[in-house]
Design a protein around this ligand. Structure first.
Ligand SMILES: Nc1ncnc2c1ncn2[C@@H]1O[C@H](COP(=O)(O)OP(=O)(O)OP(=O)(O)O)[C@@H](O)[C@H]1O
Length: 245
């Protein structure tokens, strides 16, 4: 694979993500709806960046584009120096497997395998030995204080426990970029802060970045940077929430 080393639109070569001129349309019947409008954004490593905005403002669409699971209608995205939408499909899948951990609003756990096997999925997908993968998965479940549930199937777990399994699955392969959609929504305040502490420990360092989509004002104080999205445009970029929110 040849990586084009030319900068797109003034990308900082050290940025975790450099997104330029991102627009996205959705087609519903005859109607085309533009939900993101010419967004330029850089995400720096070493920071926990929040993406905040009302329901329907385009948060999920934007993070999906920034991490290689949804093509933009227009624009370019570079993740750790790789222009991801120039990759072939299998290259993009492998890039995501190696570099990105996802925590979705829906936990997307596999119902027929236990919690430890679910948490081990990214390691097994990369071809790691199953036994070693399970051991690493159980160690991650332990950090999340849920290793006593390792042998249970998803439908034997509470919503909050399922979410912690999904979080363990996102972190188990120590990805350089972690993207989380409402990681604390189903958790009580103490568990929520514990998850955020763990995310900071595992997902934020000199060469790692973490983006969190959240409505949860209990954790706004833990952000290093807050981006506010309104109707598909970034209207605030600062270290705190704007006063009028
Ligand atoms: N697959 C799709 N087809 C058509 N419209 C879509 C699709 N996905 C999202 N949209 C529309 O795009 C807009 C932005 O949706 P998105 O899910 O990105 O918002 P959000 O800010 O993440 O909302 P929430 O906080 O409710 O999750 C909404 O109007 C939504 O209806």
């Amino acid at each position: 694979m040849i990586i084009d080393t030319r900068a797109i639109g003034g990308c900082d070569p050290n940025a975790a993500i450099c997104a330029r001129n991102i627009s996205r349309d959705f087609q519903t019947g005859q109607q085309t709806q533009r939900v993101l409008h010419n967004i330029d954004v850089d995400i720096e490593p070493g920071k926990m960046t929040y993406l905040v905005g009302e329901s329907g403002s385009g948060k999920t669409t934007l993070i999906s584009i920034m991490c290689g699971i949804l093509y933009p209608t227009e624009g370019d995205v570079r993740v750790f120096g790789t222009e991801i939408y120039d990759l072939e499909d299998t290259e993009l899948v492998n890039f995501r497997l190696d570099n990105i951990g996802f925590i979705f609003q829906q936990y997307n756990l596999i119902p027929s395998i236990d919690a430890a096997s679910n948490a081990a999925v990214p390691l097994i997908a990369r071809g790691e030995d199953r036994h070693e993968a399970r051991e690493k998965a159980v160690a991650m479940l332990e950090k999340l204080n849920i290793d006593d549930q390792a042998g249970k199937l998803p439908n034997q777990l509470s919503g909050g426990q399922q979410q912690r399994v999904a979080i363990a699955r996102a972190l188990v392969h120590e990805p350089r970029l972690v993207v989380c959609d409402e990681p604390t929504a189903a958790l009580d305040a103490t568990s929520g802060r514990r998850v955020m502490d763990l995310l900071r420990e595992v997902a934020v360092s000199e060469d790692r970045a973490c983006i969190i989509v959240t409505h949860d004002n209990r954790i706004f104080d833990l952000a290093d940077r807050i981006l506010v999205l309104e109707d598909g445009r970034i209207t605030h970029d600062g270290t705190e929430m704007p006063k009028d929110h």
